[in-house]
Design a protein around this ligand. Structure first.
Ligand code: NAD
Length: 451
């Protein structure tokens, strides 16, 4: 009898498995494909590997002359970029396999079905379990009219491309859409984004989206906001798309179409048959338990915040509860990171969701930061949202280089209920980009020195 059988070895599942094993539990981890799930194999890791290549290319082409470094005849080689991506994916996967072995997690290859709250089947093998953790993840949504047309790409397909497309239309200007638009447009592939909402990155504030849209447009990306593809047809050249825009309906022919309009939880028939409650995804309490208390669900399969770092943390919470410790999931300080150019990162509430009568908001521009000047960057800001009376930090958004790393200051502040004065009184190293956070805190408390 296993203490826990975990289904799915993505970031949620493998982390839960390791944590349980570290706590002395007997664990089986069932995976039908590669360990690491979407994040390692078709998501976070391969995109960031590709974006590292384009980021370097952009730095050299745009900055080297001004920084006094003469680089002649700059070229890129897409097949080497792909090799780098594949190597990083393989290394990451091997790293997870190594850890699973190190901590004696039994990795079982195959498709699991839950027969009853204490029995999981993988082909003919029966695994008896005191607890079950469902961590089966999600798949890219393919909505009409794209679902009826062959060879439309989702994010899963992009990584299989042998060569760059001659042109691409990206449906959905969310996180995936913007990251791929950044990649393709840097390599001079003509890109069109069609976004349904008023602006791209609709979960972020408008001023954030404007900077990213400006930077994409500089790379010739055509962005249609408040727009929709109403028809798509396969042609000899690729795809003919009919786009309903604010200015009227237009036609566009492109070689490839990438649909990135969100993801759906992967819920098997076995889960439905067992009577596990579903609401968008598998419903759980804050201990990650479903309505069947010894069956837990973590990560994208819950249909809530679909981020690898959330899945990992939910995995830890589920593991602790299986071990009899009381652990509760806290979503108050979940960072969101977008590897655009410049990067975007947020935590806590956004300005658009704040009640203006209850908060003080201050934005400190990147252009007033010394370190940013040395690296020839000026587009971006740190925006802080604080409670009006107490100056407690409620939200932080950073647009600029290294935003995805810098956001941790905001995460720690919000998680621990810190106020702007406490952060302002923490000495920030000079000259660094973190001083933009300091400037924003000074703006909340009194006045910024450097503005
Ligand atoms: P998303 O929810 O971030 O974006 C989907 C976008 O599609 C939204 O802007 C939405 O308004 C738009 N949209 C919806 N229907 C549309 C339609 N019919 N026509 C045009 N636009 C339409 O989803 P995603 O970009 O597909 O990413 C999926 C998940 O993966 C998200 O949860 C995302 O956070 C996660 N992810 C995270 C990262 C990261 O952390 N850096 C990177 C990639 C993906």
């Amino acid at each position: 009898m296993y203490d826990a059988v975990i289904i799915g070895a993505g970031p949620g599942g493998y982390v839960a498995a390791i944590k349980l094993s570290q706590k002395g539990k007997k664990v089986a981890l069932v995976e039908k494909s590669f360990v690491g799930g979407t994040c390692t194999n078709w998501g976070c890791i391969p995109t960031k590997a590709l974006l590292s290549s384009t980021h370097l290319y952009l730095e050299i082409t745009e900055k080297s002359k001004q920084l006094g470094v003469n680089v002649e005849n700059v070229q890129y080689d897409f097949s080497t970029m792909k090799n780098h991506m594949n190597k990083v994916v393989t290394m990451s996967r091997k790293g997870i396999e190594y850890l699973l072995k190190k901590y004696n997690v039994e990795l079982i290859n195959g498709e699991a079905t839950i027969e009853s709250p204490n029995l999981v089947k993988v082909a003919d093998t029966k695994l008896e379990a005191k607890n079950i953790v469902i961590a089966t993840g999600s798949y890219p949504a393919l909505i009409p009219p794209f679902d009826k047309v062959p060879n439309i790409w989702t994010s899963d397909d992009v990584f299989k491309m042998e060569k760059l497309p001659e042109s691409i239309l990206i449906v959905g200007g969310g996180v995936i859409g913007v990251e791929f638009a950044t990649f393709f447009s840097t390599l001079k592939v003509p890109v069109t984004i069609v976004e349904l909402m008023e602006h791209i990155l609709p979960t972020e504030d408008k001023d954030v989206a404007e900077i990213i849209a400006k930077s994409l447009r500089k790379k010739e990306v055509q962005i249609y906001e408040s727009s929709k593809v109403i028809d798509v047809q396969a042609t000899d050249e690729g795809f003919k798309c009919l786009i309903e825009t604010k200015e009227g309906t237009i036609e566009k022919t492109v070689q490839k179409v990438l649909v990135s309009v969100g993801r759906r939880p992967k819920i098997g028939e076995d889960v439905k048959k067992l009577g596990i409650e579903i609401q968008r995804g598998i419903k759980t309490n804050q201990k990650m338990q479903t309505n069947i208390p010894n069956i837990y669900a973590i990560g994208d399969v819950r249909g809530q915040i679909m981020l690898a770092h959330v899945a990992m943390y939910e995995g830890v919470v589920a593991a602790k509860n299986i071990c009899g410790e009381e652990a509760y999931m806290d979503y108050s300080a979940v960072p969101s990171v977008i590897f655009s150019n410049p990067e975007v990162a947020s935590v806590g509430i956004r300005e658009k969701d704040a009640d203006p009568s209850k908060v003080k908001i201050f934005s400190f521009p990147l252009s007033a930061n010394g370190r940013a000047r040395t690296i020839l960057e000026r587009e971006g800001f740190v925006k802080v949202i604080a409670e009006k009376e107490t100056k407690k930090i409620l939200g932080m958004t950073i647009v600029g280089p290294s935003a995805t790393d810098m956001i941790m200051e905001g995460v720690i502040a919000i998680k621990n209920g810190l106020n702007a004065k406490e952060l302002e009184e923490s000495i920030h190293p000079h000259p660094t980009l973190t001083e933009t956070i300091l400037g924003a805190m000074e703006g909340i408390v009194e006045m910024p020195i450097h503005l």
